[in-house]
Design a protein around this ligand. Structure first.
Ligand code: GRF
Length: 189
């Protein structure tokens, strides 16, 4: 069975959806990791039966030191894929060059890369908005796209729009992971 680790920083609703859809079915979520000791997701993960490791980034001198520690912990887990689900840290090449990771972003990349994408996309003139899953590369939100899903936000309030974004995120993230694994299998055969 394939193994993944999920990294999150806050609510962890994507992490929860992934565990509920995939854990002990298509794959095993060996652990979740958060950089935020106060993240609401910590409780969610425990309640879903998955161990959480807290790696508080404020305890490290530099981004590089923090990333080195993540790489060390994750390498020991021997997972097939690292899944970033609302992990709000900018990653250095120490992370991106040593781990195969994917991410989810609340916009139709390459539009609205970086922080506050959800709010920026809402305030924009674009009617068609959506979510993207992609491989993690050296460039922030710039790696190869795995899946996208869009909708027309015209006439929606911010909370309707936000709810829709999260629904779509929960719908495409687990499918994206299955897609990555299915693709790898085809290559190996
Ligand atoms: C999601 O909108 C995700 O796209 C972004 O951060 C948010 C995390 O939400 N990267 P949650 O913690 O999964 O609820």
């Amino acid at each position: 069975m394939k193994k993944i680790v999920i990294l999150f920083s806050g609510e962890g609703s994507n992490m929860q959806a992934l565990i509920q859809k995939l854990h002990n079915k298509e794959l095993k979520v060996v652990k979740t990791i958060t950089n935020n000791p106060n993240a609401n997701g910590i409780d969610r993960s425990y309640r879903l039966g998955v161990d959480v490791e807290i790696v508080d980034h404020t305890k490290y001198k530099s981004r590089e030191d923090f990333d080195r520690e993540l790489v060390r912990i994750i390498s020991d887990l021997d997972v097939d894929l690292v899944v970033l689900a609302g992990f709000m840290r900018i990653l250095t090449p120490i992370f991106t060059k040593n781990l195969k990771a994917i991410n989810i972003h609340p916009s139709l990349l390459p539009k609205f890369k970086g922080a506050n994408a959800l709010e920026r996309a809402f305030r924009s003139d674009d009617d068609i908005v959506g979510v993207t899953t992609h491989f993690v590369s050296d460039e922030l939100d710039g790696g190869k796209i795995i899946m996208q899903k869009s909708f027309d936000k015209s006439g929606m309030s911010f909370s309707e729009y936000e709810q829709n974004i999260h629904l779509l995120e929960h719908e495409i993230y687990y499918k994206s992971i299955l897609k990555v694994f299915a693709y790898e299998k085809k290559i190996k055969v």
